[in-house]
Design a binder for this molecule. Structure first.
Ligand code: ATP
Ligand code: MG
Length: 230
């Protein structure tokens, strides 16, 4: 598979070194401790699964990294200010009564793409990789949950992030399709050093993963390291 990721300045990101560090990170909502004293390092170009049961704190961890939730204690060091972060939210945030293509076009940014043609080529290629090219004219409201997730992911990749935060991006897909999505992201990772933090409670997916995971339980980081040891 050949992935064309374009010529954006955002792709000149080097692999290796630490992208971000969570230091003693705690987050509380009222009386609820969502995260408690998390210490974690994420390297540039790493693909990390954040896993754990429902309510373990995965989304809160991503939201702290994205700067949406202020830690009650501790901190998130990095990513550097000029690192471009893109998020795929659990609620996807697609515009339901627009078509797939109209939703994707919202990612056009003249700072990233020379012109509409370059954008369209990139979008077309991504849609081919994810096998959704024949759905471009469909209204998002008519797609199933799995397809909506793919479209949200493509939209996010079109903004050529250096760090992508994915919150249960394949929860409506079976494990095989989720793995296919993961493989495509891995190609991006190889090509452009994309750092990927993927929150999921899908144990089957995590079991098949040959990389690092962070395992949360009731807001505590129980394990971080290679998936094969869990
Ligand atoms: N904005 C909020 N206000 C109050 N409590 C919250 C808020 N966000 C999260 N929580 C609580 O913090 C805990 C962790 O929630 P979080 O959404 O991070 O878990 P999660 O691992 O993403 O769960 P899921 O797998 O269901 O998505 C839960 O008990 C949740 O109810
Ligand atoms: Mg969540």
């Amino acid at each position: 598979m050949h992935l064309q990721t374009g010529t954006s300045h955002r792709n000149n990101f080097l692999r290796g070194g630490i992208l971000l560090t969570l230091e003693n990170l705690s987050a509380t909502f009222g009386q609820k401790k969502a995260l408690s004293k998390i210490n974690l390092k994420v390297s540039k170009g790493e693909m990390l699964f954040v896993t754990g049961a429902s309510g373990a704190g995965k989304t809160t961890l991503l939201r702290c990294i994205a700067g949406e939730v202020e830690p009650t204690k501790g901190r998130v060091n990095g990513p550097e200010r000029n690192v471009f972060i893109s998020r795929v939210f659990q609620d996807l945030r697609l515009i339901q009564d627009l078509s797939v293509w109209e939703n994707l076009r919202l990612s056009f940014d003249s700072l990233i793409y020379k012109n509409q043609k370059e954008f369209s080529e990139e979008a077309g290629q991504l849609c081919s990789f994810f096998s959704v090219k024949d759905r471009l004219n469909d209204k998002v409201m008519n797609l199933n949950g799995g397809l909506k997730q793919i479209i949200a992911l493509i939209r996010s990749l079109l903004s050529k992030p250096e760090l992508i935060l994915l919150d249960e991006p394949t929860s409506s897909l079976d494990t095989e399709s989720a793995l296919r999505v993961f493989e495509i992201l891995e190609k991006f990772n190889e090509k452009s050093g994309l750092t990927c933090i993927w929150a999921t409670h899908n144990r089957d997916l995590v079991k098949k993963f040959n990389g690092n995971i962070a395992y949360l339980d009731k807001g505590k980081l129980i394990y971080s390291g290679h998936a094969c040891f869990i």
